[in-house]
Design a protein around this ligand. Structure first.
Ligand code: SF4
Length: 325
């Protein structure tokens, strides 16, 4: 058990589950998934989606069965078809490519990613170079970097911050991928500030509320559980960060996409309390399936711990102007 909160009381020897609230879908993911469902209902299959609409295997498989066709790039989409852009956002060049092909675009980019794009555009116009902390292979970072490609330097962690070279150290701002961990991002930003004393901070917090709340939950679980399970897919950036947060507190933690991923060896006799949380792209059904599996393995008592209240809701994106004849 890691440091922090005390383990919840219970009968000696009783096995229990502690479920973090909030867990699972955030407002941006709910909006993106509903956008594809609505597009299928309105326009009929196939509806094309660029990249995974959200990084979750079960969600993508369900939408594929309903008629969504996932593509890597715009040139795979037939001219005139309906295309949904994923929650992670795209570079302006991708939008231009959709216009060139006459695609009917529905943009499911999370408004909190769009906010970071606006920040990047504004600072680039003011003549700043942008130090973008994030994973260079992640769709979101590729999209944000594409807003001002000549002015953006991706900083992939502390070591990258230590050796970064920039043409004009006097006009720099740092921005961040929305799903990073708060603690590690501050460590990287502190190194950047040390190296570039004039560095400007982001005008508002780039790490989104959902990532921050789920990280707070993972920390709490790590302090109150013998093992933490994070429900989410391996390519879900924010889910992987939750595993890191729990492990950094000294508690064993694993990512599980579904109940079959739970290994017998993890649930040994010394594990009385299993903490469960889920990344922002993990659907409620996956969380429920993991809880059901834990009950079958003797962890029947489920308690919740609320670390934050989330009332965020984003309205659905606009439909394309033209409709299919
Ligand atoms: Fe938006 Fe945050 Fe959800 Fe990503 S994790 S879709 S930035 S609310």
């Amino acid at each position: 058990m890691g440091n922090g909160s005390a383990r919840p009381s219970g009968a000696p020897g009783a096995r229990s589950v502690l479920l973090a609230v909030p867990s699972g879908f955030c407002a941006g993911v709910s909006r993106a998934v509903e956008t594809v469902e609505r597009a299928l209902a309105r326009h009929g299959a196939p509806v094309y989606v660029r990249r995974q609409i959200v990084h979750n295997r079960q969600v993508v498989e369900r939408l594929r069965r309903a008629g969504a066709v996932f593509v890597a790039e715009v040139d795979e989409v037939p001219a005139g078809a309906v295309l949904v852009l994923s929650a992670h956002g795209v570079a302006p060049g991708v939008r231009e490519a959709t216009a060139d092909r006459g695609l009917r675009v529905i943009d499911a980019t999370c408004p909190l990613v769009t906010k970071v794009h606006r920040e990047a555009r504004r600072y680039a116009e003011l003549g700043y170079d942008i130090l973008l902390i994030g994973d260079p292979d992640h769709d979101e970072v590729i999209g944000t970097a594409g807003v001002a490609p000549g002015r953006t330097h991706i900083v992939d962690g502390f070591e990258a911050a230590r050796v970064l070279d920039v043409p004009d150290p006097g006009r720099l701002v740092w921005l961040a991928q929305t799903t990073l961990t708060v603690d590690e991002t501050e460590r990287v930003a502190a190194e950047l500030r040390k190296r570039f004393p004039g560095l400007v901070d982001p005008p508002s917090d780039d790490i989104c509320y959902a990532a921050q709340n789920r990280q707070a939950g993972a920390k709490h679980l790590a302090g109150a559980s013998d093992l933490v399970l994070v429900v989410g897919s391996a390519n879900s950036h924010n889910s992987c960060r939750l595993v890191e947060v729990a492990r950094a507190c000294g508690t064993p933690a694993h990512l599980v996409d579904d109940p079959a991923a739970i290994e017998d060896g993890w649930l040994h006799d010394a594990v009385a309390v299993v903490g469960v949380t889920a990344g922002a792209s993990a659907p409620a059904e996956s969380i429920g399936a993991v809880i059901t599996e834990l009950a079958a393995r003797g962890y029947r008592d489920v308690r919740t711990v609320e670390v934050a209240r989330e009332g965020q809701h984003f309205s659905l994106p606009r439909e394309p102007a033209e409709t299919r004849p």
